[in-house]
Design a protein around this ligand. Structure first.
Ligand SMILES: C[S@@+](CC[C@H](N)C(=O)[O-])C[C@H]1O[C@@H](n2cnc3c(N)ncnc32)[C@H](O)[C@@H]1O
Length: 317
């Protein structure tokens, strides 16, 4: 199985503006595809690569072996990037790439429990040291908590009903497998359909519920804004931050942050004068998100939802 097919590689190489002897962070190494492409394109660069998944670290280590003296691989969450860079005695970097979310390997490896397409233990942790897994969320969160997660992180309109069905079901037995959860969602939707209350696409609803659980277990959205902000602080002037997002919840966070950090005053428009003293730290390089060309989507259908946004550091360090 191919570990992961990196997306928008030409665009990443074009927008990263790689410089001789530059130091770059790949915040989400995955299979090391983007890092490999950067190392092949520009001689003498160095890369600090992060991933929270030991499988990704093992794979990337092999993939990047040819460049081992230019690469430092760190198994950690990118939310700790600034601290980890400080420990490496690195103050500033020339660019950073965040290709957020999960890799093809993670999503299609049944053992990880990310997919409803195969039966597996409800795990969904990218980092096996994470004390929270999906089985705990499903069996121990309250009905209200489950509803809120499904609604906020899955944008699922039947959230309340599905949360109720889960809580009802777990009174009889613990829900431990992806197949159990899949059946509960299906039965719950069939009930609503019989009552003519919903006309749902079962597959899409399952995908939304599984996505919501994955986001909760890995705390994907709560840490994103601060992590991107930390990356901006760490950039040298002229350095670029590139972010590839995979769904609208992620893209909204990236877009709003880039908008805010490229604006001087962020006061309420009705105020007669500025009281926030906010100063832009970056300029937006591409107003419209960059998306894969048709040919890339033809070769790799997973690429269809990827969006790349880029900012460049302009001011205060
Ligand atoms: C879409 S893949 C990256 C693929 C990579 N660009 C490549 O070319 O192969 C996302 C990777 O980011 C990792 N990841 C996601 N969130 C993370 C986080 N908060 N900290 C560290 N790694 C994270 C996942 O484990 C996964 O391996």
């Amino acid at each position: 199985m191919t570990y992961h097919i990196p997306v928008l590689v030409d665009e990443v190489l074009e927008f990263m503006n790689l410089k001789e002897n530059g130091l770059y962070v790949d915040a989400t190494l995955g299979g090391g595809g983007h890092s490999f492409a950067m190392l092949s394109k520009q001689e003498n660069i160095r890369i600090i690569g992060f991933d929270q998944d030991q499988d990704a670290i093992n794979y990337a280590q092999q993939r990047l072996n040819k460049y081992h003296d230019q690469v430092k691989i760190i198994k950690d969450n990118f939310k700790n990037m600034r601290t980890r860079l400080a420990l490496e005695k690195i103050g500033y970097i020339d660019g950073a790439l965040f290709d957020i979310g999960v890799s093809n390997y993670q999503i299609s490896n049944p053992e990880k429990g990310f997919t409803f397409m195969a039966d597996a233990y409800l795990d969904m942790r990218m980092d096996k040291d994470n004390p929270l897994n999906a089985e705990t969320v499903i069996n121990e969160y309250s009905e209200d908590q489950l509803r809120d997660i499904f609604y906020q992180y899955g944008e699922e309109k039947c959230s309340a009903h599905i949360a109720k069905s889960i809580v009802h079901h777990r009174q009889n037995e613990r829900i431990e497998r992806t197949s159990q959860l899949s059946t509960i969602i299906e039965n719950s939707l069939m009930y609503l359909q019989r009552k003519h209350k919903v006309d749902s696409n079962f597959i899409k609803t399952k995908a939304r519920i599984f996505q919501a659980l994955r986001i909760e277990v890995n705390d994907e959205l709560r840490i994103l804004e601060q992590s991107l902000l930390d990356a901006i602080y760490t950039l040298k002037i002229g350095g670029r931050l590139l972010v590839i997002s995979w769904h609208s919840l992620e893209d909204r966070i990236v877009k709003n942050l880039f908008q805010k950090e490229s604006t001087d005053c962020i006061c309420d428009k009705n105020l007669p004068m500025c009281i926030c003293e906010h100063k832009a730290m970056v300029k937006i390089v591409n107003r419209k998100a960059i998306v894969p060309q048709e040919a890339e989507i033809r070769d790799n259908s997973n690429a269809r939802s990827a969006k790349l946004r880029v900012v460049e550091k302009i001011g205060r360090i």
